[in-house]
Design a protein around this ligand. Structure first.
Ligand SMILES: Nc1ncnc2c1ncn2[C@@H]1O[C@H](COP(=O)(O)OP(=O)(O)O)[C@@H](O)[C@H]1O
Ligand SMILES: [Mg+2]
Length: 313
């Protein structure tokens, strides 16, 4: 199956790949007509078909479902989600990155413009496998974006079991991956509650700036309120981000965190310009600056999460 989006009315059409192969000789441009608004437009079928070639194998096992979350914005959630996913994929794991933010930053960072994503999965507008795109070798993306705002309203209207909407939608998809990494938006809303009812592990990036401990304590309280209803969700990792060794503040906060939460602490991600530059090139840190301190730090995180000391060496 392939998806064609009408450039005029944005309606999505599902086309059978076998029909395309039969009617469209390779390399030839075909003119399609939108069944909805009658608009005619050229379509490059070769591209659509190439897109389908690599698919994750099915029924691997129970995936590890890690959500990257903290109510505060700008702490490194998206940066960590994308680069942890990319690192795990480079280490040979099959990874699905799920972006639950309306900003759709994950697609941008990976240099992709997906035609569908989490919205279409939740609204059942498309079949689950049509909502996912392959972003890299071993790495697939279920994209977020503006349209998720409407989905939140749909979840709100559900009178029963609204917190399980994401879990139900992911059911047929997630056994194909070793890791599902879920990036979340700042704040606290029904989509985050859904994520916490779906994931089993929480990774919290904590920016080592002024007053991060208060934000963390507040988040722990909210997580506790979810755990009353869902025991499986546990805090697993605290990842200190924006570690700047040139000034004293971050190091002090780092040692406070270590004292308070020794069991969750991960090696810090240092402050690095390369991390803020990479997204505008559509690259992960391993592609943009493989020899950088940032790449080294995210490699360490991959080792911590996989418990494999030699991962990505
Ligand atoms: N360790 C870091 N050093 C320098 N800049 C960073 C670092 N981590 C993230 N950034 C940049 O900081 C900004 C916020 O990070 P982001 O991952 O988008 O946060 P969030 O998803 O929590 O809002 C982005 O521009 C990102 O590129
Ligand atoms: Mg983000």
């Amino acid at each position: 199956m392939a998806i064609i989006v009408c450039p005029k009315c944005r309606k999505k059409h599902i086309v059978d790949s076998n029909t395309i192969k039969k009617n469209a000789p390779l390399g030839k441009k075909i003119v399609a007509r939108c069944k909805s608004c009658n608009h005619k437009f050229p379509v490059e079928f070769d591209k659509l078909l190439n897109h389908e070639k690599e698919k994750p194998q099915e029924d691997i096992k129970d995936p590890r479902k890690i959500c990257v979350t903290l109510s505060k914005g700008g702490v490194g959630k998206t940066t960590t989600s994308v680069n942890l996913s990319a690192g795990l994929a480079l280490a040979g794991h099959k990874v699905l990155l799920v972006d639950t933010d309306t900003q759709g930053q994950s697609s941008y960072t990976l240099g992709k413009k997906p035609r569908a994503g989490l919205t279409e999965l939740l609204t059942k507008e498309l079949a689950p496998e049509e909502c996912i795109i392959r972003a890299r070798k071993n790495l697939w993306l279920l994209a977020g974006g503006k349209s998720l705002a409407g989905v939140k309203r749909i979840i709100d209207k559900e009178s029963f079991g609204a917190e399980w909407t994401l879990s139900k939608a992911m059911k047929t998809l997630d056994n194909r991956y070793d890791f599902i990494i879920i990036d979340t938006a700042p704040g606290w809303d029904q989509l985050i509650v859904n994520v916490l009812f779906y994931a089993t592990e929480v990774l919290v990036p904590v920016a080592l700036e002024v007053m991060p401990l208060q934000g963390l304590a507040e988040f722990m309280k909210s997580l506790g309120s979810i755990q009353k209803y869902r025991k499986e969700i546990v805090l697993k990792y605290i990842v200190p981000t924006f570690m700047d060794t040139r000034v004293k503040g971050p190091e002090t906060i780092f040692s406070q965190l270590e004292k308070l939460y020794p069991e969750y602490m991960c090696p810090p991600i240092r402050y690095a310009e390369t991390l803020s530059e990479a997204p505008s090139y559509g690259k992960t840190i391993f592609e943009y600056a493989p020899g950088s301190t940032a790449a080294a730090d995210y490699k360490e995180l991959v080792r911590k999460v996989t418990l494999d000391e030699s991962a990505l060496l």
